[in-house]
Design a binder for this molecule. Structure first.
Ligand code: F6P
Length: 344
């Protein structure tokens, strides 16, 4: 068998662990393994596919990024691009493809599987918001980075008696904000699922001062909507190929810091964690689960079980349909959000 592997969308720690798992198992079974470069771009354009040998997938378990490269190229929006992908799939002589990605990448994989191509998915997004699966590659590493940052920000915020506004990733859901905030002891968490107004934030920070808490750490997800904040960028800012607003340019954290300082008079500083949350070595948890879902993706290929994806359910690897996983976003449950509020 000639097996292709592709990583698409935003990178995340643990992608190389998954590539390694797929490639090592497939090569051990005597298959030929090829890497598709830069996500779907590698199948839309010429020259985007090359053989992977065992040396290339040695020593990559602990390395962040993706050795295959990635992009947000979206063939789904253009029938000619989808035709190019299916054409290249066939001209490259691929017998199967494993697409490692989040909602966008897996929507393309699902579209190809619907056309009868032998495609399997593997769940990756540090946003952790794919349906059905309890694990997405990269989330645990992102939470660890946010937690360490909050620990560091606590001491400086306390020393200066400041409000520290900390912006983290999270376009539609606040998983990284809530889990990082819980682990790092945030004094308020603002996420897309539970909108709050500027005046709610101001009132909460004032009440903390009245209770003798002379510093506060506020974690805000980049996609959170805050009533009372002028947010022109939310409508008119630049977008990626999937039509998503580039939230790194929106700047909800800096905007909120300015308004909070103006309204409360409390000295306020802002830290945007940005792409640090996607960089560097994966945690042990990400290495283990990326290895498990990667290996299970290969098993699905061997079984001829296409249009499907390994998912985490409890401590087991289960199997779901690609269509289920991309059907919507898994949102932070109210129970977790309320739990974090106990410590405000
Ligand atoms: O992968 C999802 C994500 O991490 C979002 O939370 C964020 O908005 C987005 O990626 C930014 O990615 P990029 O700027 O690489 O397109």
């Amino acid at each position: 068998m000639r097996l292709g592997i592709l990583t698409g969308g935003g990178d995340a720690p643990g992608l190389n662990a998954a590539i390694r798992a797929v490639a090592r198992k497939a090569l051990a079974d005597g298959n030929e393994v090829v890497g598709v470069h830069n996500g779907w771009a590698g199948l839309v354009d010429d020259g985007g596919v090359r053989a992977i040998d065992p040396h290339e997938v040695s020593g990559v378990l602990a390395v962040g990024g993706t050795l295959l490269g990635t992009s947000r190229v979206n063939p789904l929006s253009d029938p000619a691009a989808m035709a190019a992908v299916t054409g290249r799939f066939r001209s490259e002589g691929l017998d199967a493809l494993i697409a490692i990605g989040g909602d966008d990448t897996l929507s393309v994989a699902r579209g190809l599987a619907d056309q009868g191509l032998p495609v399997v998915g593997v769940p990756k997004t540090m946003d952790n918001d794919l349906q059905v699966t309890e694990y997405c590659i990269g989330f645990d590493s992102a939470v660890a980075i946010v937690t360490e940052a909050l620990d560091r920000l606590h001491t400086t915020a306390a020393a200066h008696h400041r409000v520290m506004m900390v912006e983290v990733m999270g376009r539609d859901t606040g998983w990284v904000a809530v889990m990082g905030g819980l682990a790092g002891g945030a004094d308020m968490i603002v996420i897309p699922e539970f909108p709050v107004g500027l005046q709610d934030i101001v009132a909460h920070l004032r009440s903390r001062r009245e209770r003798g808490r002379d510093f506060s750490i506020v974690v805000v997800a980049e996609g959170a909507r805050v009533e009372g904040l002028q947010d022109g960028a939310a409508e008119t800012g630049p977008r990626d190929a999937f039509g998503h607003l580039l939230l790194s340019r929106r700047g909800v954290g800096p905007q909120l810091a300015d308004r909070v300082e103006a309204e409360t008079g409390f000295e306020t500083r802002v830290t945007v964690l940005g792409y640090t949350q996607r960089g560097g070595a994966p945690t042990a948890y990400d290495r283990i689960w990326a290895t498990r879902v990667g290996a299970a993706g290969y098993d699905l290929v061997v079984q001829g079980s296409f249009g499907r994806i390994p998912v985490k359910r409890g401590d087991e690897v289960a199997v779901a349909e690609l269509a289920e996983v991309v059907a919507g976003q898994r949102r932070v449950p109210e129970e977790l959000y309320r739990l974090a509020q106990v410590f405000y």
